[in-house]
Structures are given as C-alpha cells and as structure tokens.
Design a binder for this molecule. Structure first.
Ligand SMILES: Nc1ncnc2c1ncn2[C@@H]1O[C@H](COP(=O)(O)OP(=O)(O)OP(=O)(O)O)[C@@H](O)[C@H]1O
Ligand SMILES: [Mg+2]
Length: 348
C-alpha cells in the first residue's frame, strides 16, 4: 500500500517553521577585540575591489555570497553626494547601522572636497587625508572603507593587508610602499585639482604600525624601516590633494602613536556593534536578494530578529542568514528526495 506523500515544506528561508530563532543568548558577552589571523602567503591584495563583491581580506571568515550589487555604479557626481548627505542612510550601499559614522566621515573628509578647490584654498582649509576605522571584528570596517571609494567616485581602492606587507624580503616592503603612492603622485603632478581621488586602504594596520621597538632584535629593524617609510609617505601626502589613506584595525591600542597625529590618520572613527535599528538594516541588506526573488517566507519578521540578536556583529548577522539559507535548502532537498522515492515505490 503506497505511503502517503509527505508534503514538501514551503521553501521559505528563515520561515518560522524551520528557521531557528537565533540560538545564541541575546546577551552574548562582548567579543574579544583580538583577532589572530594565520599569515597569508603570496602577494598582498593590492587588487582593486571588484563591483559589489566583498572579497574580504585574507582572513575573512565569511564565505557568504556578496550582497546584491549596488544600484548606482559608474558616475557618482557631487549632486549624488548631496542626496546621500540629505538622506543620511547607507542601507542601499550595503552598509547597515553605521549611518552616524558615515555622516561623520562625509563631513570631515568630503565636505571640503565637494566645493571648488579654489574656495578651499581661499578658506585656508586643508583636506583630511588620513583616517582610521577601528572597532571589534566583523562590524563592517573593511566594507565601509571599500564603499567609501565608490561613493566618492574615486579610483578603485588599493587594499593592502598589514601582515602581508611585512612578509617581504628586506627592502621590498619599502619599495612596495613607494609603488602604492606612485600613481596618485603622478596623477596629481599631471592633472592637479582635476585628479581623481586615490583611496589607499591599510587593512589590519596594527600589524605594520605596532609601536616601534616593540618587537625583538633583528626583525624589528626591518619592521621599523617599514613603519618609518609609511610615516614618510603619510607626511608626503600633505602635498597631494588627491589621496585618502584609510587605516583599519581592531587594536587601536597597539598602534604607534605617531601614526595618529594630526596630518596623518587624524580622523578616527569607531565602528562598533550595531544597535537594534542597525541590526534591522543589516538583516534587510542580507535578505534583500531573497526578498526580491520571492524566496523569503512571508512570516519572516526582521524586526523580531533584530530585537533578539543583541550584541551580534554585522558579520554574525550575515552568518545567521546564511545558516538559515542552508537549513531551508537542506529541507527542500530532503523533501524533494522523499518525493522521488515515493514515486519509485508507487511504480513497483
Ligand atoms: N554594518 C554592516 N552592514 C552590512 N553588512 C555587514 C556589516 N558589518 C559586517 N557586515 C558583513 O560582514 C562581512 C564582514 O565584515 P567586514 O570584513 O567589513 O568586518 P571588519 O569590521 O572589517 O572585521 P575585521 O575587524 O575582522 O576585519 C561584510 O562583508 C558584510 O557582508
Ligand atoms: Mg576587516
């Protein structure tokens, strides 16, 4: 006698049926601020960030699909920047819960770049050319740095990974440091004020900029040279109006104080864990593709999820969505598998 066919569950990702509510306790202890990463071999990732892809630095723990492509791409003019400033939200650029931080950055770094260079000169202003993003792991620091370049219609950012740059032979890291800044210098010489912005990102800058003399003996001589080279470059950029250096770290306390002086990475922005509103934005960002594709069950309550995920970082929220997706997919596959078996049984 044929078994009754099981009804396949609705393919609803995060639906109340199968999706587990976040399993972690709502009041998770604050994450530790130290992240120890295995050093990566090979050349540093000085490649340009590809469109929308969040191919994080070598240590990225999240093998999640990239967020949906940014709606706007090539030409982001100044009018556009004004819209952003008015709107004050960066959700559509794939960054949630950091609106206040973004606004600070825009005011300090970009306001002066939105008016005619001539006006800036007459005001006796100078642009902020270096900033530091710091805060706990997984909060979107690398993401912010990458998106900034796009919002500003800059050249694709160059991303240098701190630990990697130190793995060079003696002398080569200094040369690399010079190469990093060379295109900006060249363009500024040729085009002056017309030059596009060059964004240079030092991810995990604490690896390079540890307080000098803090290491032991021989290795630290090489290291100190690299630090000095970078400091020289940061000072040199004062004569370049087309450079923005972004340092990223989750150990600001380890940094050589010299790098944080005015004129170097003078604007320091803390990127912290998102609040409930921020978490809602981040959930919306990471479920946007499913929602658009009709794959998100109607009973998925983003507000409730945001309310119960206290102390989750953006990366953890992204991970949670990914886990729910795998569960839904597994249920779907199991159900369709059963169906086939039943059909075979019926034939016999
Ligand atoms: N505020 C956020 N909004 C949207 N997505 C986020 C946010 N924060 C993190 N994510 C997601 O988590 C991924 C990892 O975040 P990211 O690499 O930017 O963290 P980080 O702060 O640089 O961490 P670390 O200090 O460990 O390098 C991002 O690619 C993004 O998909
Ligand atoms: Mg990072």
């Amino acid at each position: 006698k044929p078994k009754p066919k099981p009804k396949p569950p609705a393919f609803g990702v995060l639906s109340s049926g199968g999706a587990r509510a976040p399993t972690k306790p709502a009041e998770k202890p604050k994450p530790k601020t130290t992240v120890v990463r295995a050093p990566t071999l090979g050349r540093p990732d000085i490649s340009s960030a590809s469109s929308g892809g969040i191919a994080g630095p070598a240590g990225n723990r999240n093998l999640m699909p990239a967020p949906p492509p940014e709606p706007e791409e090539p030409e982001i003019g100044q009018g556009h920047l004004r819209d952003i400033l008015q709107e004050g939200s960066f959700e559509k650029y794939g960054v949630g819960g950091l609106d206040a931080e973004f606004m600070t950055i825009f005011r300090r770094v970009f306001a002066s770049r939105m008016v005619a260079p001539d006006v800036v000169r007459r005001l006796g202003m100078r642009h902020v050319k270096g900033m530091l993003l710091y805060g706990p792991p997984g909060t979107g620091k690398t993401l912010v740095a990458k998106q900034l370049g796009k919002l500003l219609n800059a050249h694709p950012p160059k991303i240098v990974n701190g630990p990697e740059i130190l793995q060079r032979f003696v002398g080569q890291s200094e040369e690399n440091m010079r190469d990093l800044f060379a295109p900006a210098e060249k363009e500024f010489k040729g085009k002056g004020d017309k030059s596009k912005l060059h964004v240079i990102i030092f991810d995990e800058i604490d690896a390079i900029m540890k307080a000098r003399g803090s290491g032991g003996a021989a290795a630290s001589v090489v290291h100190d040279n690299v630090v000095n080279q970078l400091l020289t470059k940061l000072d040199g950029m004062q004569s370049l109006d087309n450079v923005l250096v972004v340092g990223i770290t989750n150990r600001r306390d380890l940094l050589d104080p010299a790098v944080l002086r005015p004129g170097r990475l003078e604007l320091q922005v803390e990127v912290g864990l998102p609040d409930e509103r921020g978490r809602r934005q981040i959930f919306n960002i990471h479920t946007a593709a499913m929602r658009a594709g009709g794959m998100l069950a109607a009973d998925v309550d983003v507000d409730a999820l945001a309310a119960t995920t206290g102390n989750y970082s953006g990366a953890e929220i992204k991970g949670l969505v990914g886990a729910a997706q795998s569960h839904a997919l597994a249920r779907y596959l199991a159900a369709s598998g059963n169906e086939n078996e039943n059909e075979n049984e019926n034939e016999n």
